[in-house]
Write a protein that binds this ligand. Structure first.
Ligand code: TRP
Length: 329
């Protein structure tokens, strides 16, 4: 059984792209791996959220993940800041992380460009904290998207470096976990590219049905096919890709035939697509709305998660301290 660690950005409002890209796989993974999923609230401090936002974001994303089917009985789900052992490992790892390599990471350079008024040391050492997150549980696998590959590469480097200095076998070198099976890239509604929060083209999993209808009706389309069985332009293909994941096969085939016969009415397709998205979301949204305001449940889940995570973290930290040379008198 593999130990899997993944951090979840504590910026909530997950969208369909997140669901089909990662969450669905997390829900699968928790069945046959030793999974640690945590809300990375320390990492979020690099952008200076207000105290109220910090808490609400954690609550939002936690409730969303639980609503999607992350099961606290199967996976260890916790809030990063509930596990102080991570900060100590972070401090220790910082001693063997070099300024040059940290300055060269693309995510640091990107963020320094995006927030030039706030190039703080936390941004610089972001990959070290991420390495501590992963190594504290001696993870073998880390499911990460493209944008996190370099950070994972840094974690692998720090693990190797520690092993070289203090003992070959301390940390397993964490492998990227590539999702197999029905991984689907969800497009946006703006005609091209993928669905993303920062792209402003996302449909939230727990979004109000009224807003979903509005967004889908406004999706980019075109003036319609002019030839039978014509290849679909990207914007139209995107609508069908969405339909393919949320609608029944009959619905998909119905509109696909209409398209191929040049009889398609995009208004009808969009109406149907909006209702099917709303239906797909419905059980997740309902669970979310319940969990979000259930303080007692959230307290129970986070306590249980923190306890399990700290037990695993403390074991690693004790070994690390001993290897580095800390001794009790
Ligand atoms: N940096 C990751 C992101 O932005 C979140 C994250 C923090 C993470 N710590 C991690 C992911 C450890 C995997 C493992 O998505």
């Amino acid at each position: 059984m593999n130990t899997v660690v993944s951090g979840i950005r504590s910026t909530g409002n997950l969208h369909l792209g997140n669901y089909f890209g990662a969450i669905k796989n997390f829900v699968q993974m928790q069945n046959d791996n030793n999974c640690f999923f945590f809300i990375a609230d320390w990492h979020s401090l690099t952008t200076h959220p207000t105290p109220a936002d910090l808490h609400n974001n954690v609550r939002q994303v936690l409730a969303e993940y639980l609503a999607c089917g992350i099961d606290p009985e199967k996976a260890c789900i916790y809030v990063q800041s509930d596990v102080p052992e991570i900060t100590e490992l972070y401090l220790l790892m910082n001693m063997n992380a070099y300024l040059g390599e940290l300055e060269r990471t693309t995510s640091f350079k990107d963020k320094a460009r995006k927030q030039p008024e706030n190039v703080n040391a936390g941004l610089l050492t972001y990959p070290v904290l991420m390495a501590a997150d992963i190594l504290i549980h001696k993870a073998q696998r880390v499911p990460v998207g493209k944008d996190q590959e370099q950070n994972l590469e840094m974690a692998r480097k720090f693990a190797r470096r520690f092993n070289n200095i203090y003992g070959e076998e301390t940390f397993p070198i964490p492998q990227p976990f590539s999702f197999t099976g029905d991984f689907v890239k969800i497009p946006g509604l703006d005609g091209s590219g993928k669905m993303g929060k920062s792209e402003g083209n996302a449909i939230g999993l727990v979004e109000d049905p009224k807003d979903i209808r509005k967004k889908v009706m406004k999706a980019v389309s075109d003036s319609g096919p002019t030839e039978m069985n014509q290849t679909k332009p990207e914007a139209i293909e995107n609508l069908f890709t969405l339909m393919n994941v949320v609608s029944t096969k009959d619905t998909y085939d119905f509109f696909n035939d209409k398209y191929n016969n040049c009889e398609i009415r995009y208004g009808d397709l969009k109406k149907q697509l909006a209702e099917d998205i709303i239906n797909f979301n419905a059980p997740i949204r309902e669970k979310f709305l319940n969990i979000y305001q259930d303080d007692e449940y959230l307290r129970k889940v986070t306590r249980m998660g923190a306890e399990k995570a700290r037990e695993s973290a403390a074991k690693t930290l004790e070994e690390v301290r001993r290897l580095i040379g800390f001794r009790k008198f």
